[in-house]
Design a protein around this ligand. Sequence first.
Ligand SMILES: Cc1ncc(COP(=O)(O)O)c(C=O)c1O
Length: 448
Amino acid sequence: MLDKIKPTSAVNAPNDLNAFWMPFTANRAFKRAPKMVVGAEGMHYITADGRKIIDAASGMWCTNAGHGRKEIAEAIKAQADELDFSPPFQFGQPKAFELASRIADLAPEGLDHVFFCNSGSEAGDTALKIAVAYQQIKGQGSRTRLIGRERGYHGVGFGGTAVGGIGNNRKMFGPLLNGVDHLPATYDRDKQAFTIGEPEYGAHFAEALEGLVNLHGANTIAAVIVEPMAGSTGVLPAPKGYLKKLREITKKHGILLIFDEVITGYGRLGYAFASERYGVTPDMITFAKGVTNGAVPMGGVITSAEIHDAFMTGPEHAVELAHGYTYSAHPLACAAGIATLDIYRDEKLFERAKALEPKFAEAVMSLKSAPNVVDIRTVGLTAGIDLASIADAVGKRGFEAMNAGFHDHELMLRIAGDTLALTPPLILSEDHIGEIVDKVGKVIRAVA
Ligand SMILES: Cc1ncc(COP(=O)(O)O)c(C=O)c1O
């Protein structure tokens, strides 16, 4: 298939890049030297000038089953022919119920209701709203405070931005939400550098929640939201015991615990959800990205029966939760989701990720002595490689590495500042691991 995509596809590319204001992009730099892709299959993208580049980023942590999956494309097409759209408010379509059941089956025991939306950002805001509403229903209306974590990322809605902990994402947008506070990040380079998997050091960072309870009063706190592995700030795996401790403290104080599994869901850490890897069941899990292999936008929140059932009171004609989206459980997304979960199951991709994890970690750690590498972290099929920043130009080395990868080394990677993030499709082979690591090494040397 890739062979059929000719560089001439670029002929159809727009010749004026001006109108599209690109998201989270250095727009002017992009438009001077576009990184344009026109096709994808398996582990590769094809660029507008006809080069085949290896995808070390699963697009954007999305395409866990690799690109161009026919089964997904066919399911989307068949669904579009059969039922293009149906209203999700007050009406239903079978695949929404089927997909919800399939997701609930994958989720940890006790999490068995799924609320659909269209992105990780919507999933984060939905979970936060459900948390506050739940506390109110339970007669605890003073519990409105939301706790996130420094270096956390929960998307770009006002709620997700407020509980998020990335300064650059927050500082242009005013006061965001009232009544938000943050746990400290779980990263300490001095104590954790070059750890494979979960660091030994850092479970105690969860105890900061006791401090916030002392400061604000447990009776003001609705929920805590964290990523089991903070991805967008450069792959920070949870320290050993950290999530268990957070679960204990939240339970003790009647605070809901939300895991943002937008990245860690659907196999990234070798399990359907990271919650399973860590043996910790939160009250809600948010997901997106991998649920449809990135093929159609979709996100959602998985909740406990206790939360769901608390809403199922009042007159039967009344809407129980005044929340939802026109495109919640969109038929095309549901069809793509079911086809995607079939692939994950039939090809045992979560198990594959788990089996490949040690080899992937070992290969990436071989870059330890490459120039400017100051830390490497790995967990599941994900790695973060910190490069020393150029003085007075934080983020420039990372940016140049991403560009060098694309333009000169046939490699797509993601960056978070000066951290290179590797998060390849779970279908990758050991040869692909070698190829990616080799290319990353070349890129690191190119920006030294
Ligand atoms: C942990 C996490 N939460 C939420 C989001 C936001 O998802 P989206 O971009 O689909 O809104 C992301 C996106 O990368 C994410 O990594």
